[in-house]
Ligand binder design. Sequence first.
Ligand SMILES: [Mg+2]
Ligand SMILES: [Zn+2]
Length: 182
Amino acid sequence: MKKRAFFLDRDGVLNHSIAHRGRQRPPNKPDELRFIDGVGPAIRRLNRLGFYVFVVTNQGGVGLGYMSLSDLDQIHAKLVDHVQRSGGVIHQIKVCTHKPKADCECRKPKPGMLLELAAEYDLDLSESYMVGDRSIDIEAGKRAGTKTIFIGSEVEAPPDVDLVSPSLAQAVEVLFGFEKQS
Ligand SMILES: [Mg+2]
Ligand SMILES: [Zn+2]
């Protein structure tokens, strides 16, 4: 049987973005990383439900020179470790490091990263979920053929999203119920 997956956007879903000159930017250094509450247990829960968990993130700052690959690797090592402390597993992190205008096949809203993972892990995309806090995430999920979850408010949400939730942790509870304490 094909496996199901959760594809998670990173900034605004797993960690907080950083306010910068009236806009939001991703953390560029490991020290700037602040995790959103409940992501570790939510990912552990998804693992137990039989989902692969992947991170799919645009980090054009690498291509533009705001962030080094070594800082990006350290940020992701910290993320994996944080989730592991709650007993959760991130199976792979896919990053588009190309410049935003490079017109690559991986940068969301293109579905390239999701499609590559689907081929590598033999995933059933129609039973998988893309989770993100921007319309480009939702579009990437739709183009890949997944269900979609928007993290944010109803007002900001794209019209055709399957679920809107303030956090990954709450989305997992809405979809699968509260976890029984064992
Ligand atoms: Mg985001
Ligand atoms: Zn790319």
